[in-house]
Design a protein around this ligand. Sequence first.
Ligand code: AMP
Ligand code: ZN
Ligand code: ZN
Length: 420
Amino acid sequence: MKYLLFFLLIIVGCKQNTLINTQVSVETAAKEIKGTLVNSTKQLEKPYVILISLDGFRYDYAERYGAANLLNFDVKAEKMIPTFPSKTFPNHYAIASGLYPGHNGLVSNEFYDRNLDLTYSISNREIVENPNFYNGTPLWVLASQQKMVSASMFWVGSEAPIKNKYPTYYYKYDGSISHADRVNQAITWLQLPEESRPHFITVYFSITDDLGHKFGPNSNEISEGVNEIDRTIGQLISKVNQLNLPVNIIVVSDHGMMEVNRKDVIYLEELLPHNVKFTTSFPAMVYASNKNQLDSIYQKLITDTTRYKVYLKNNLPAWYHYDAAQDRIGDLIIMPKAPFTFGRRSEPYAKGTSTHGYDPKFTPEMGAIFYAKGPAFKKVDNLPPFENIHVYPLVAEILGLTYKQDSIDGKIKVLSPILK
Ligand code: AMP
Ligand code: ZN
Ligand code: ZN
């Protein structure tokens, strides 16, 4: 009987649309899904939260390009500040876990873990699905621990069994799934019988990051992309309105975007010995094999104060929050000064005209977005800037999920003023 119910839920939850190619197969899901399958009686009474990420949507895009639906939200922040480094994976997981990247495990898009003897890379499926890389309790795991059903139409971390739990319903990342299909899946989940209906849903779109890298934050292409995704948000809102459920919609991004120049690429292998391990994402990390080698690399690198800044791992700026990440950060951390970037001769700089990853403290172009609407929210037009780790306690508060304050970096007092 238990198995019958389980298969029914999977079929209703994941099969009623055209996404069959990417969904976790029923057989795999049966083995893997350990998220809670039914809401407890207490959770049935709770409202709903859809957390949407528009990758690389810079803080000024909505006003600048006239994103009418976003500008119509109840809560509009001046900007949301990404946590260091302003890269996709560290920031999505900071939002989901309430922890700085230096604490949440994803210190960058690319890094080497000495204990695991593995290099994290966002394009390596097996690595991205390895739960050992993810610290903390992401919101879908918190929900599951408290017998609340959750669902993910993509989010960093959702494809790994963190604390042995996936979201109740989830998909492996596939950027080719259309925007309409992503929206329809979220709506289909909200039409499930209330026992199996998710109260927390994530949805992710990459269009603004893709177009931003390729054409830049000042291009016609990004203007069109912003308007296209804004129409998608508009469609989601009108479908949600027909459901007659207490649904709150929060739209965030992970970082902004700025123009760089191919001439400004620094090829790190030209500055480093042949046998040293290094990464080129921001910050670049150098993993030296011994102290002598480390000293000589450091002495050489600090002579250039124009293009980048180099730090020893025990002497990092406090706002990097890398104190607890000693196993994952390099012996040397190198941050380019915008608009300089890092690359390898063997992998020519492929990311087009623009990028992100710079220190948010000194680079306002890295600013991200926060918009919210729904029954939980007051009307707040110019919410002052705040860091993205504070989204976690906000969502937990709306859903009535409990957590230990000392287990996260985010603080509820930062965003509680926007709640009714
Ligand atoms: P970046 O601009 O290098 O920081 O990374 C952005 C890219 O991450 C996007 O173009 C997406 O294709 C990719 N991405 C986002 N979420 C996932 C995921 N869950 N799994 C794999 N790749 C992802
Ligand atoms: Zn991103
Ligand atoms: Zn990007």
